[in-house]
Write a protein that binds this ligand. Sequence first.
Ligand SMILES: [Zn+2]
Length: 352
Amino acid sequence: MIDRGELIRKLALNVVRFSGLGAVASRFTLGCGAILMLHRVTDDPPMPFGFNRHLAITPQFLDAVLCETRALGFRFVTMCEAIDRLASGATGERFITITADDGYRDNLTAALPTLEKHGAPITIYVAPNLIEGKVDLWWDVLEDIVTRRDMIYLDTPRGRLSIESATPGDKFRANTVIHNYLTTEVPEHAQRKVIRELAASAGVDPARPGRETLMTWDELRRCAAHPLVTIGAHTMNHFNLARLTDEQVAQEMTDSARVLNVELGVNARHFAFPYGYASAVGPREVEIARQAGFATAVTTRHGVLYPEHASHPHALPRISINGRYQQVSHVRTMVRGLTTAMSNRGKALVTV
Ligand SMILES: [Zn+2]
């Protein structure tokens, strides 16, 4: 979840669109493939203030993206085939592999029928404790709290903060302040207690988002049995791994693969780092994912794939299909690699 760097990409997309750079630059920037990143695929209207709107696209837009990328000559492959193609030099046709993080129910009910139409495989990354409700979808709970309250009281080690949350502008700022507090000041293991206290004082049910939007184990078993679906691991607790010790990181990874094996009978060969941005995954986490035995690991860094990624299978960038910009032209620009270097300070080969 949470796609940082949206603004820079939007700027880059507009530069490409208005400068006519697209046709010229693509010959040089074109990678050999791309990993698309989804979260929710749904026709449900977004929450009124839409703080997490980037995490949901419509099934119609997914269909349009698949039509467009196929027309551009991309072949849809599994994550296993993607890494095999990289390892063998990626000389054939360009490819796309689709991923979805967190295990939302609409991946089964809305995304899969669309993917079936195109024969497009998907890897769904699952964090067992999100599925079991032992961890909350805290970013959605926070949105519920901010939406409901006009004033929020946050008890911090620095004392009690009174955060105005009456107008739409206030709500946006309140969401940002509390989001930053939870992700930078509160230890990962204490996050749930803080968000649950806020939810209780706001009269918000902290279990609602997970219960209503994530799959159950039974639904995941149906997914896992589908020929187009690969199940990948996404840690046990969806913690920011960069904020944990080496041992905790390794345990988060191996425990999640073990539980997925017990519950779903799958051997999870692929892994997605929770959050996936620079302050959540770096060289240490990449090395631990390699040692844990995963064949691949994906971040949320923005970029297409190059043959050189064969040497970096545990630091693969992705192209976020962002709910805020559901335009096929944006996806076309991104999968052709035109925004990769612009979003990464001139670097085309994006790792961590
Ligand atoms: Zn996630």
